[in-house]
Design a protein around this ligand. Structure first.
Ligand SMILES: [Zn+2]
Ligand SMILES: [Zn+2]
Length: 450
């Protein structure tokens, strides 16, 4: 494997890795340049598509969709389009209503789906393309999140975010001029999603120590190089230089490729994403307009890196005492009551997961405590390796991004519940579960609330 980890080396890559596994990704075409949209007609011709279905919202149509339409008109390509109304406040939700509209306007003769947008528009198009068996192309309008080339689409069903299978795009086309003119809150959200990797890569290594979970240094290297470059680009992002926008966009694409290589989202999502998902669920239940994914991830990252910073200086726990008290943790019934309160309509999903995963069972806890005790020095060294939460907060702040849950309207109660219970969303070991294991999570939660 080329140690350079450049995107050109990794597009469509397939190789046997030092970790013993074979890694591959189907995503192979990235057109990221000024006037990239002009290449769309020849790209359609190359793939043999004649009748695309374009999905936009009023914002993305204005900044990009109308140019795409005039380019297709000039090239005499027939197409159908839908323009969803962007809400006055917040972002368009990827829910039943939006998806219903997209489906109802879909012409069955269409042979390819093209989303023109970022988060929601991309998710809607990827899922439509999957259920209709059409291929999918993405015209990116803002580098705001890392799901752009992923093979799953998170959609909202009954006020719950559910992950649906989806088509990854055959190609991603981004006009650097359009991308660099994206609203600063979208650019800073993209940065937030990348900076979150500081946490999730550490969570991954933590789990490798505590649970002997599979771990790959090559995949970590790919993500580390994306973070390093993004950190550098973030310093100039307000100048909107095309080279920095390219770095950010490539970082987000690399993150999708890393997930393909790992076969799941481990290299791109840990406790910072679980916190973001938890806050998002509360927004959905309360009917509050959505906040950009990467913005919430940035906020979650500041919290979880703060926990790692504290872990690095923590006194060695009394493991014998922790073992003795393992049976005193809340039993399943008490825990279930708490889940019903904190997760409301989403509680059943979390409860079913715990029945299978048994993360909080005393027996599993005891096994993990043994491993944590054996690896305590390594765990603290790992915790010392992450950047200071204040440094990351400073970068986000310099881009005018919110850095606390309060700034995006998350109340104290949800922050407290998120820290205590966001770990129940997935069966994935993170800093939050480790702090629970050593009985420090409540203390951490109280320190954040203070
Ligand atoms: Zn590997
Ligand atoms: Zn993300």
């Amino acid at each position: 494997m080329d140690p350079q980890y450049t995107i050109d080396n990794l597009l469509g890559a397939s190789f046997v890795c030092d970790c013993g596994r074979e890694h591959s990704t189907c995503f192979s075409k990235l057109i990221l340049e000024e006037d990239a949209l002009q290449k769309l007609p020849s790209l359609l011709k190359e793939y043999g598509y004649q009748y695309p279905y374009l999905i936009c919202d009023t914002n993305t149509y204005r900044v990009c969709g109308q140019t795409v339409c005039s380019i297709l008109d000039t090239a005499q390509v027939c197409y159908e389009k839908i323009i969803l109304q962007s809400p006055a406040e917040g972002d368009l939700p990827a829910d039943e209503e939006s998806f219903g509209r997209v489906c109802m306007a879909f012409p069955k003769e269409s042979d390819v789906v093209i989303s023109i947008g970022a988060g929601t528009i991309n998710d809607l198009g990827r899922y439509l393309s999957y259920i209709t068996g059409r291929e999918f192309l993405l015209v990116l309008t803002a580098p705001s999140m890392d799901g752009c080339v992923s093979g799953v689409a998170p959609l909202i069903q009954n006020h719950l975010k559910i992950t649906f299978p989806a088509h990854a795009p055959l190609a991603l086309i981004g006009d650097l001029k359009i991308l660099s003119e994206a609203p600063m809150k979208m650019l800073s959200a993209g940065v937030g999603d990348i900076l979150g990797k500081y946490n999730c890569l550490t969570d991954w290594k933590l789990s490798a120590l505590v649970n002997q979970e599979y771990y790959c240094g090559t995949i970590e290297g790919i993500m580390r190089s994306a973070i390093d470059k993004t950190m550098e680009a973030a310093r100039h992002l307000k100048e909107r230089r095309p080279e920095d926008i390219r770095t950010l966009t490539e970082g987000l694409v690399l993150s999708g490729i890393a997930m393909d290589f790992a076969g799941n989202s481990r290299p791109a999502s840990g406790a910072e994403h679980h916190l973001s998902h938890f806050f998002e669920m509360q927004f959905l239940f309360d009917g509050i307009p959505a906040v950009l994914h990467g913005t919430k991830v940035g906020i979650g990252t500041v919290i979880t890196l703060g926990f790692y910073n504290q872990l690095a200086n923590m006194e060695r726990p009394d493991f014998d005492l922790l073992r003795k008290k393992a049976a005193e943790r809340p039993d399943f019934e008490t825990w279930t009551k708490e889940m019903k309160r904190a997760y409301r309509d989403g509680a059943q999903m979390v409860i079913e997961l715990e029945k299978k995963a048994k993360k909080n069972d005393p027996e599993k806890l005891l096994q993990r405590l043994d491993q944590i005790e054996v690896h305590w020095e390594e765990i603290q060294a790992l915790a010392s390796s992450v950047p200071k939460a204040e440094e990351i907060a400073g970068i986000l702040k310099s881009l005018d991004a919110p850095i606390t849950p309060e700034e995006v309207g998350v109340c104290r109660e949800y922050v407290a519940d998120g820290i205590l219970y966001a770990k129940e969303l997935r069966d994935r070991y993170t800093i939050l579960q480790l702090l629970w294991d050593i009985d420090k999570l409540t203390q951490m939660e109280e320190s954040v609330i203070k």
